[in-house]
Write a protein that binds this ligand. Structure first.
Ligand code: ZN
Length: 113
């Protein structure tokens, strides 16, 4: 199996507070939206991720907001865009970035039978 499979998103299921992401290497992860939002790669959010203190502040301000279910748009074959009702909508999440977020903070979900 190619190592690149881990960076191919095959499916996303949105729940109310988290989503389940499935990748082509048959790994699935449940990820709270706050973790996705914390890693938002848009120009507005990136400066808030530069060091641990900034990330903590960012997280606190996110926790004060209602994390509502985002709208997800697929961008070509390599990325998706989350549109957050509570804020930015210009963050493009490459599949590779999503996998990194999953590996760092996602909860592994048993494989579908
Ligand atoms: Zn953002």
């Amino acid at each position: 199996m190619s190592e690149n499979n881990q960076n191919i998103l095959t499916d996303i299921e949105r729940g109310d507070e988290s989503c389940v992401l499935r990748f082509a290497d048959n790994k699935s992860f449940e990820l709270g939206y706050i973790k996705v939002r914390l890693a938002c790669p848009c120009a507005k959010c990136r400066p808030r991720q530069e060091n641990k203190q900034l990330i903590l502040d960012f997280k606190e301000s996110l926790m004060r907001m209602q994390m509502t279910k985002p709208v997800v748009g697929v961008i070509g074959r390599y990325a998706i865009r989350f549109e957050w009702p509570s804020g930015c909508s210009s963050g493009l999440y490459s599949f590779k970035l999503l996998r990194q977020i999953c590996d760092a903070g996602g909860q592994a979900v048993p494989e579908k039978q």
